[in-house]
Design a protein around this ligand. Structure first.
Ligand code: HEM
Length: 404
């Protein structure tokens, strides 16, 4: 090991910048000190990311029982990241357990269900843009557009009635808020879980054409192996994994396009919105790091040995902007690179379950926004935009724009 563990994240520096800097200064794999002084490892290059993800299950587990420090007294009982990694859902399961759960969800979350959502996503997008159009002067795109849209889409997917959506938005808003106190966040999360539990019970009595009913039916066809509590965690992980990621990706793509009028022009004239989404997933991903993978034995990645049982953060941002893979200007948002592929949705058994929906939603949101407001521009310089601080997702706290 040629470096002592370096703090990660670094206060005052955007997580995506930290990952890139650590890649350039310290190479593809390095020991880091996670929040709470917990020892971990960070993977920063495309090749090393690809190698780790390709060996999920064979060499790496997502199950926190394989994180040694969590069980031997090294990691404090109140370590905040425990909440994220000790839940019982897709992202914390391996092998047969994971496959069973994922195949059950796949039977309910079908390509047809996603395709059927397209006209509703367009309508919900247009409703938000209509409301924005009534306003004069500066508008914050995050509160007016990028934050409400994904939660509305997930409510539509789950089948939550319109009149109950404002409440869901409020709870998820508190959960996402980076200014809310921990007990406020816990209270909102508790209320949301309580709502979802009652909603599953309601859909048992009153089935409808939605994902919740689809999950209940798929489970019944499977012999009813999952309890309502397990179904609840499925809805929960879809909501959590599908919400903030999409909010931030759309906002980051808006900032990238506004910061480079030539790229925006190209997106418009070539109607290249699918490429805009792919390029944002590569060079401006909202998911900056994946938590966690635990080596099942000592592993060597890009020449560095990581001991068994240590938590690894896979720094997707580092992979997406790696000059060794994408050339010297890898960090630039460049529609010409959209065809080169990326790991923005991961790979292997945990590949993003919501990728088709995320792609559809981001494409409709961006093409409709820039179509509706041809004069849209940032009201501040891109460098003045502040970003959320997390080792998992990153996005602008606010994007002040002028619509005309
Ligand atoms: C731009 C938006 C999105 C991005 C960048 C994104 C990215 C990712 C990534 C990188 C993973 C892999 C995690 C890992 O390997 O540790 C993942 C998993 C997942 N995503 Fe997404 N996601 C997005 C939107 C969505 C949406 C809209 C949904 C659902 C509606 C969703 C549901 C999930 C679920 C359930 C998993 C866990 C899959 C598993 O472990 O088998 N995501 N996502």
């Amino acid at each position: 090991m040629d470096t002592a563990p370096l703090p990660f994240p670094v206060p005052g520096e955007r997580t995506s910048d930290t990952i890139r800097r650590l890649r350039d200064e310290h190479g593809p794999v390095l020991p880091v000190l996670l929040p709470g002084e917990v020892n971990g490892w960070l993977v920063t290059s495309y090749e090393a990311t690809d190698e780790v993800l390709a060996n999920d299950e064979a060499l790496y587990s997502k199950d926190a029982r394989n994180f040694t420090g969590l069980h031997d007294g090294t990691v404090p009982a109140d370590w905040p990241l425990r909440q994220v990694i000790e839940g019982d859902h897709l992202l914390t399961k391996d092998g047969a357990d994971h496959r069973r759960l994922r195949s059950l969800i796949n039977r309910a979350f079908t390509p047809a269900r996603v395709a059927a959502l397209a006209p509703r996503v367009q309508e919900m997008t247009d409703e938000l843009l209509d409301r924005m159009a009534e306003r004069d002067g500066e508008v914050d795109l995050v509160t007016a557009f990028t934050e409400p849209l994904p939660v509305a889409v997930i409510c539509e997917l789950f089948g939550v009635p319109r009149e109950e959506r404002a409440q869901i938005r409020e709870w998820t808003g508190v959960m996402l808020s980076h200014a809310a106190a921990p007990d406020e966040v816990n209270a909102a999360a508790g209320s949301l879980l309580g709502y979802l539990a009652a909603f599953i019970a309601r859909r048992r009595r009153e089935p409808a054409d939605d994902l919740t009913t689809g999950l209940i039916r798929a489970n019944e066809d499977d012999g009813g192996r999952l309890s309502d509590n397990e179904l609840l965690w499925i809805l929960w992980v879809v909501l959590v994994a599908g919400h903030e990621t999409t909010v931030h990706l759309i906002a980051k793509a808006v900032v990238a396009l506004c910061a480079d009028p030539a790229q925006l022009d190209r997106a418009r004239t070539e109607d290249a919105w699918e490429q805009v989404v792919e390029e944002a997933l590569r060079s401006r991903n909202s998911v900056v790091g994946l938590v966690f993978r635990y080596p099942l034995k000592d592993v060597t990645v890009a020449g560095t040995t990581i001991p068994a049982g240590r938590p690894i953060v896979v720094g997707l941002t580092g992979a997406g902007t790696d000059p060794a893979r994408y050339g010297p200007d890898a960090g630039r948002f460049d529609l010409g690179k959209a065809k080169e592929g990326h790991l923005g949705f991961g790979r292997g058994p945990h590949f993003c379950l919501g990728a088709p929906l995320a792609r559809l939603e981001a494409r409709i949101a961006l093409s409709s926004l820039f179509g509706r407001f041809p004069g849209l521009r940032l009201a501040v310089r891109p460098e003045e935009i502040a970003y959320t601080a997390s080792i998992i997702t990153e996005g602008p706290l606010a994007v002040p724009v002028l619509l005309r």
